[in-house]
Design a protein around this ligand. Structure first.
Ligand code: PLP
Length: 429
């Protein structure tokens, strides 16, 4: 779409043509000053689906009525409860059902997967990651490296943007993989970068890593439910995600993993085991000797977190109602509109030195645009909050704005940008 207009009439017209417009009614929008807010923080915590409360009440009711028997007699029996979201997740990540399971939380899962897939040797021990990755990933990777007796400064290679740039060039990522190919054990990258909103070329990174004889894993916190994923076809070794962002499962929601089918029948892979990862057929024999279940389920440790999974299920039911290409097409229109309006503000107020640091093309981003706002940024963020818009502030100087195609409208985007414009006009007066 290259004929955007900066007017509320135009935004409303876009909303009228939006095939997903009615999905908005499935969610609660938080209120600020008793008015429904303009919510742009779905990249941090997705909104609550209206159906979530009943999904949780159902489990409470079944617990009340069945006690332990709920494992088999609840409306949705708890024994196989984790399977209830498998197909929906598999569709979103582009995996087979056997490659996907929901469990634990993101950083925990990154550790568990690195236990299996970061197997350093004296010669091959290095990990390539992006510079400025989310701190939890940095800590997880550093601690894994130390756990194996290596020094993070030596073993971790962070790929840094070029001078004056904010995002990484794919060619630089591929070149680093090539340079370190003899000592490389693992490439552990984000799918979408949390700070800049850059979407990485996961397919190219995967193929280059595997040609170098190393293993590749992705942190999909900002990618799942946001960008196209074909993990199986791309041949990705493993991935992990959280579900409280674009998947709307609520605070601390249950995470999930993908392990490629190639590793499905690998009981020899070292792992930190627990009874829920044991083959279902013998799980309750309570015998010695762990026999991992086939596929991703073999990485489970504990029994299903039913309440968290119930919340996730209620949101995934909404995803199931939507064609993913339709969702992603709206994402591009909506984010394109945000970019169009922000570009005008950037041009109209050069003295404020705003800068969009998210890549220019749809292919290289998802729903998020990160606006570098300089020293006065905190005040802009506060102004937006006081006026009823929820955006995300990231130290030291970035406002992250994520219009989410499942529930945001073009009018939301227009009204937010009018607020940013009004604030900017006041500043320069
Ligand atoms: C990219 C990324 N990695 C890791 C985490 C940490 O997730 P958790 O607290 O669920 O382990 C987050 C949280 O926002 C994140 O955005």
């Amino acid at each position: 779409m290259n004929s955007y207009q900066s007017s509320s009439e135009f935004a409303r017209k876009m909303d009228l043509c939006d095939p997903l417009a009615s999905m908005r009614n499935q969610f609660y929008f938080p209120k600020i000053n008793e008015k429904e807010s303009l919510y742009f923080c779905g990249n941090s915590l997705g909104l609550q689906p209206k159906s979530t409360k009943n999904a949780l009440l159902q489990e409470l009711e079944d617990w009340k009525n069945w006690g332990v028997e709920g494992h088999f007699h609840a409306k949705n029996p708890w024994f196989p409860y984790h399977k209830i979201v498998t197909s929906s997740l598999a569709r979103i990540v582009g995996g087979l059902d056997s490659e996907v399971v929901c469990m634990n939380t993101l950083t925990v899962n990154l550790h568990l997967l690195m236990v299996s897939f970061y197997r350093p040797t004296a010669k091959r021990y290095k990990i390539i990651m992006e510079f400025g990755a989310f701190p939890s990933d940095q800590y997880a990777i550093e601690s894994q490296v130390r756990f194996h007796g290596f020094e993070p400064n030596d073993a971790i290679i962070e790929i840094v943007p070029r001078e004056g740039e904010f995002t990484l060039r794919t060619e630089d990522i591929l070149a680093a993989i090539e340079t370190h190919k003899d000592s490389l054990a693992l490439v552990m990258f984000g799918g979408v970068q949390y700070f800049t909103g850059q979407r990485f070329d996961m397919q190219k990174i995967t193929s280059a890593t595997q040609s170098a004889g190393a293993v590749v894993g992705f942190d999909l916190a900002h990618a799942i439910g946001n960008v196209e994923l074909e993990l199986h076809d791309w041949n990705v070794d493993f991935a992990a995600w959280c579900s409280y962002k674009y998947l709307n499962s609520g605070p601390g929601g249950v995470g999930g993993i993908f392990v490629h089918e190639r590793h499905a029948d690998r009981p020899d892979l070292p792992r930190f085991a627990g009874w829920w990862g044991n083959d279902e057929a013998t799980r309750f024999e309570m015998k010695k000797g762990f026999r991992p279940a086939r596929g991703a389920e073999g990485w489970q440790i504990s029994n299903a977190q039913v309440f968290q999974m119930a919340a996730l299920r209620s949101s995934l039911t909404l995803f199931d109602m939507v064609e993913l290409p339709t969702l992603y097409a709206k994402r591009d229109e909506l984010t394109g509109y945000l970019k169009f309006l922000l570009d005008r503000i950037i041009d109209d107020f050069p003295q404020l030195s705003y800068r969009n640091i998210t890549p220019e093309t749809h292919r290289e981003r998802g729903s998020q645009i990160s606006l570098l706002v300089g020293k006065q940024g905190r005040r802009l963020h506060n102004y937006l909050t006081e006026n009823g818009a929820v955006v995300d502030w990231r130290e030291p100087n970035v406002v992250r704005i994520a219009p989410v195609p499942l529930y945001n409208s073009f009018e939301d985007v227009f009204r937010l940008c009018e607020m940013i414009r009004a604030y900017s006009s006041n500043l320069v007066l």
